[in-house]
Design a protein around this ligand. Structure first.
Ligand SMILES: [Zn+2]
Ligand SMILES: [Zn+2]
Length: 346
């Protein structure tokens, strides 16, 4: 098969011809029809993820058709249209038994723990547990945009954030995660304040459901601006970027008993950000992480997509070829495009 391969970290990957994968007994091989390019792939390529062993094929936001099936797989057949969460469960650890596959003790992460989907084919373990059937009406490019940023945002807003109608939600960073969170929070009846440093992203945020927008470079204090707009602070705030400054702002803009959800990754030199613990105690703030979303929770998200309440296709930006993904991957940290970049030609 044709795939993007890197043999050392932070060095230009190449297009390689590799053996086609074969499924393990409980796994499948998926013919990749579309796969997103994500900042997590950039982190992996830079060597920030200890799970990655070289040489490596990146890619975790995939959709495609089942190409081959292991002998123990019961729920899937060849040709099924599927996607996967970026964290797959092992099916046997206590968290998997409790239904929390997104924090499984023995995670299967295509593009991190295993070779990923910047390739014609990708093998996925524990297929009965980890695959999600796509609605017939959903195209592969849109489906590929669900698995990481959109699903993570859904969990952050709905399951971790526990948002309810009429609450104020602030979203710090209007990249893929942030825009997804804005669309989802708006659909659930919340009032959303979008924060970014780029006016074009804030305009898109408002088109996708934000009620108010703050350009962080144009106000003396983001937190004070949010307090003013929300009459006392956000009920729920999300750091969708993953930076010490947005993390801090997201916590200090909360009203009392508010909830901060950290979605943007904090790796390398950002892994231990400053946290205002005195405020967290005095105001009884909640700090939560959000790490993908388990396959069995896709039902709720897909139902909202099918009913038209959520339109993830609006978050898709450029479609590119596998060859073009090398440049896109290497530029991911420097140049954050408006809308997700998806590989759809292999
Ligand atoms: Zn991703
Ligand atoms: Zn597990």
């Amino acid at each position: 098969m044709k795939a993007v391969l890197f043999e050392s970290f932070a060095q230009t990957p190449r297009i390689a011809t590799l053996p086609d994968p074969t499924p393990v007994n409980h796994g499948v091989v998926i013919k990749v029809q579309a796969t997103g390019v994500c900042r997590s792939d950039w982190h992996g390529w830079m060597g920030h993820d200890p799970d990655i062993q070289l040489p490596h094929v990146p890619g975790h936001e995939l959709a495609g058709t089942v190409e081959a099936i292991g002998k123990d797989v019961q729920r899937w057949k060849i040709g099924d249209r599927v996607t996967v969460p970026f964290v797959g469960g092992c099916g046997t650890c206590p968290e998997c038994h409790a239904g929390h596959q997104q924090v499984c003790h023995n995670q299967f992460q295509p593009g991190f723990t295993h070779w990923g989907s910047f390739a014609e084919f990708v093998a996925i373990d524990q297929a009965d547990l980890n695959l999600v059937a796509l609605p017939e009406t959903m195209d592969f490019v849109t489906a590929a945009s669900l698995g990481c940023r959109f699903a993570t945002s859904f969990r952050a807003v709905v399951d971790q954030g526990r948002v309810s109608a009429g609450q104020w939600v602030s979203v710090h960073g209007c990249g893929g995660v942030g825009l997804s969170a804005i669309m989802i929070a708006d659909a659930l009846g919340a009032n959303v304040v979008a924060v970014d440093i780029a006016d074009d992203k804030l305009e898109l945020a408002c088109r996708l459901g934000a009620t108010k927008a703050i350009n962080a470079t144009k106000v003396p204090s983001v937190a004070e601006a949010i307090f003013d707009l929300t009459n006392g602070g956000a009920h729920l705030s999300i750091d969708a970027l993953g930076h010490p400054e947005t993390c801090f702002n997201s916590i200090v803009c909360l009203r009392r008993r508010g909830r901060h959800v950290q979605v943007g990754l904090m790796l390398a030199e950002h892994s231990t950000p400053q946290v205002p613990m005195a405020r967290i105690i005095a105001h009884e703030l909640e700090l939560l992480g959000s790490h993908g979303m388990q396959a069995h929770r896709y039902d709720a998200m897909l139902a909202m997509v099918q009913s038209g309440k959520l339109a993830p296709d609006q978050l898709v930006g450029r479609e590119i070829s596998l060859e073009e993904s090398i440049h896109a991957l290497m530029e991911m940290n420097r140049f954050q495009s408006v809308g997700a970049t998806v590989i759809s030609r292999f």
